[in-house]
Every structure is written in structure tokens, then in C-alpha cells.
Design a binder for this molecule. Structure first.
Ligand code: ATP
Ligand code: MG
Length: 424
């Protein structure tokens, strides 16, 4: 057997404790923000039937064509997939448990997503999203609310250079008319299409607009605009969203080429982008998807949602010089001798009862080496116990930043520790 160390799967990252502190802080900020808009948490499995994503996301999309981690269950041959996104699972769960009828839902989830992409900065094979879905709401008010929510979060996080791109994909009739015009236009210029665009010309011509191939940008810029075909209701909806954003002073740019990577969107679509992360500049994306509930087998219901890429957001915050919040320890308890050892674990539990964060030294060693560990732990106070202290049911309290050590009774320990902590 080889003794080579085993590495993590390419594109799947460990988040080590120093960095995890930033994740914990971020997750708490995001949860508070979601709760402030009345969104409730839902948790779905990481694995779903492959058919769910094929049906929800669409067969002719990057995700379903080439990015899914799909496998056969070795026990029973079921076709399964590690979730590449959360919307399909969320809608599946809502329908399966009948949450939707007579009760619109504001829901959020967070966690790992899996896509087999080429790993690079801001693009991983396992990444994390916070996803937000409002199901059962038809009006432009909820679309605008979700965009305003995002603006508030960026403000909370101190991100000032994220901009909003907005578009509408209209409804079935306008998409149909636009699709025919697009195919005709691209057929006229077939010699300028790359291989992928040629392949998609008849199956999913809208996606050609999304191409990042520089050689096709001029062609795409001249393509017929869906905006020119928009039906009255869809136009009114789009105008209402814009009016709300203007009333709240949220600037946006209308980008007629914003089509989103997934098939299920209609009407409002949006992306929040930054220029600071290179090609991976989209930190948050979403929009309306009124057809999806029915497509997954439910009674038709309107819906709108968005997802944020956590790695990209954290990269922005780190780029801003955001200091990693240090996981704090209040007290480190050092001890030597059998009696002292017993008292040490008793006082450690007592301090935790009183709400303090306590590390009890384990593994023996001299006082000197234990104090080094106390220092490295970042604790603000060391509690020092030798057998003579233990015999008297007393301990010594030492502020780590300097200052006089105090010997106190076990009863007075918490108040003494608190006194030192507050004094700093
Ligand atoms: P992109 O165009 O960058 O591939 P996408 O349109 O495929 O993005 P969505 O499916 O809309 O992305 O996912 C929402 C967000 O999740 C993205 O805006 C991005 O912030 C993040 N995201 C998507 N794919 C990845 C990935 N492979 N690694 C890290 N973050 C990702
Ligand atoms: Mg993608």
C-alpha cells in the first residue's frame, strides 16, 4: 500500500479554522438580514434524482450538459446527482410537502453546490450559496423587494462597488417571437458562429446571447432584442420593478443581453456584478421563474429568487482588507498536580456555566510550557492552579496582557475574571 497522502478532490476546498471564523461571521450577518425580511430557513438533501435537474434547469444548459456530478446508486441503480443549485430542490421540497397552496412562502437555504467546471479563482467544483426563494408571489413588488434586500446586504457588508444589471425575459409569447427572429438572424450569419453557438442555434438560441466568446460579441450586439417584442403585461411588470428601485435610489443598468444560464427564468432577471474578481465577477444572480413549479409537477404558481456565491463575496470582503474576526477564548486554565487537575476541570465547568469561553489545558507539561499555550490561545485571562491553591480551594487569575496576578477563592473567580476582561 502506498503511503502518499491523500489530497482533496480538485476544485473542492477545505476551509481551515482561521478562515472559517470569517465564514461564521458572514453566515450570521446573512441570516440576520434574511430574518429581517421574514424569510425562513429550509434544508434539502445534497443529492437529488438526476431527473429533477434535467427537468428544472433544462437539457440544453451548461449545467445539465457538462457540469453535473451524476452517478448511479450502486445498490439500486437510481440515477442521482449532487445538487448543482438549490432552486430545483427547494421547489421540489415545497411541492412534496404541500407547503405552497394557500400560503405563499419566503424561504432561504445555504450550503454546498457541485458543478464540474474548470477550477480557477472564484470558480470551484464545490462552492457555497445562500439561496432565497419567494414562492406564490406574482407581482413586481416581490421582485423589487428581493433586489432591495441585496442592496441592503451589500451596504451592511460595506461593499460599495457592486452594480446591478437588470433585464426582462418577457413571457411565453414574446420569447417565442424573439426566438424565431434570433434563429433567423444567426442563420444569416452562420459563418460567424462558434461550434457551441451552432449546436445551440435551434435548441436554445437565447443562450448564444450569453456567450463569452470575444469573437462573437459584435454579432451578439446586433441581435434582435426581446425588449422590442415584449407583451404589455410583461412590460408593465418590468416598469413597475424599475419604478420601485428608483424610488429607493437603487441604481441599475438595463442589460438586454442578460439571459441567465438556466432555462427556468421569465420576466425579471438580474445580476449583481463587480469588476474586482476578473471573469468571475457575478456575486449574486436571480429573477422570476413562474413556470418552474408547474414544470416540476405542481399546480402553477409564480415564483422569484436569487442565489449568492459565498466564496466570491468573501473574496471581495478580503480584498477590502476585512480583518478575520478571531475566534475568541476568554480563559485558559493551567494546572499542575493531581488535586489541581481536579479543581481545574471543576472551575472550567463553573466558568462555562457563567457564560465564559474556556480552554482547559490538557496533556500536562510545566507551568511555563502551559503558559505559552495560554498565550497562543488568545485567551485574555489565565487561571493558574497548583496544589497549594487547590488545597485552599483558591486559584490565581492572571491577565494575559500584563498586570498583577490575583489569588481569589473559587466563589469569587467569575467576578474576578470578568473584572479583568472588562478592564481591557
Ligand atoms: P457563472 O456565469 O459565473 O458561471 P452562473 O450563472 O452559472 O455563474 P448561478 O447558477 O446563477 O451562476 O449561481 C449563482 C451564483 O453562485 C453566481 O452568481 C456565483 O456567485 C456563484 N457560483 C456559480 N458557480 C460557481 C462556481 N463554480 N464557483 C463559485 N461560485 C459559483
Ligand atoms: Mg456557470
Amino acid at each position: 500500500m502506498s503511503n502518499e497522502t491523500i489530497q482533496a478532490v480538485r476544485g473542492m476546498n477545505d476551509i481551515l479554522p482561521d478562515e472559517a471564523a470569517l465564514w461564521l461571521w458572514f453566515e450570521e450577518v446573512v441570516r440576520d438580514w434574511l430574518h429581517s425580511y421574514g424569510y425562513r430557513n429550509i434544508r434539502m438533501p445534497l443529492v437529488e434524482p438526476t431527473a429533477l435537474f434535467k427537468r428544472a434547469i433544462g437539457e440544453v444548459t451548461d449545467i445539465v450538459e457538462k457540469e453535473m456530478y451524476s452517478f448511479e446508486d450502486a445498490m439500486n441503480g437510481d440515477h442521482l446527482t449532487l445538487r448543482p443549485e438549490g432552486t430545483a430542490s427547494c421547489v421540489r421540497a415545497v411541492l412534496q410537502h404541500n407547503l405552497l397552496y394557500n400560503a405563499p412562502q419566503r424561504l432561504y437555504y445555504s450550503g454546498q453546490m457541485f458543478r464540474h467546471e474548470r477550477p480557477q479563482k472564484g470558480r470551484y467544483r464545490q462552492f457555497h450559496q445562500f439561496g432565497v426563494e419567494a414562492l406564490g408571489f406574482a407581482g413586481p413588488d416581490i421582485d423589487a423587494e428581493q433586489i432591495l434586500m441585496c442592496a441592503r446586504l451589500w451596504k451592511k457588508l460595506g461593499l460599495t462597488d457592486v452594480t446591478l444589471q437588470l433585464n426582462t425575459l418577457g413571457d411565453a409569447a414574446s420569447r417565442h417571437a424573439h426566438r424565431a427572429k434570433l434563429i433567423a438572424y444567426f442563420e444569416q450569419h452562420a459563418e460567424l458562429l462558434d461550434a457551441e453557438a451552432q449546436r445551440r442555434l435551434h435548441s436554445n438560441p437565447l443562450r448564444i446571447l450569453d456567450s463569452k466568446n470575444p469573437a462573437m460579441q459584435e454579432l451578439i450586439a446586433g441581435a434582435p432584442k426581446l425588449m422590442d417584442e415584449l407583451e404589455e403585461d410583461a412590460l408593465k411588470h418590468f416598469e413597475a420593478v424599475q419604478a420601485i428601485l428608483k424610488r429607493h435610489d437603487v441604481p441599475f443598468e438595463i442589460n438586454p443581453r442578460l439571459v441567465r444560464g438556466l432555462d427556468y427564468y421569465n420576466r425579471t432577471v438580474f445580476e449583481w456584478v463587480t469588476t474586482r474578481l476578473g471573469a468571475q465577477g457575478t456575486i449574486c444572480a436571480g429573477g422570476r421563474y413562474d413556470g418552474l413549479v408547474e414544470q416540476i409537477g405542481g399546480k402553477p404558481a409564480p415564483a422569484t429568487g436569487f442565489a449568492m456565491g459565498v466564496e466570491r463575496l468573501l473574496a471581495l470582503l478580503q480584498d477590502d482588507g476585512m480583518a478575520l474576526p478571531k475566534a475568541e477564548v476568554d480563559v485558559y486554565v493551567v494546572h499542575q498536580g493531581e488535586l489541581a487537575c481536579q479543581l481545574a476541570s471543576t472551575v472550567a465547568e463553573q466558568l462555562r456555566d457563567d457564560g465564559l469561553r474556556v480552554v482547559l489545558h490538557c496533556g500536562g507539561g510545566s507551568f511555563k510550557s502551559q503558559m505559552k499555550k495560554a498565550d497562543a490561545s488568545g485567551a485574555r485571562v489565565a487561571v493558574v492552579i497548583g496544589d497549594d491553591e487547590a488545597l485552599a480551594n483558591e486559584v490565581s487569575v492572571k491577565p494575559m496582557q500584563g498586570g498583577e496576578q490575583e489569588r481569589v477563592s473559587v466563589q469569587n473567580l467569575t467576578s474576578t475574571v470578568n473584572k479583568f476582561i472588562k478592564r481591557e
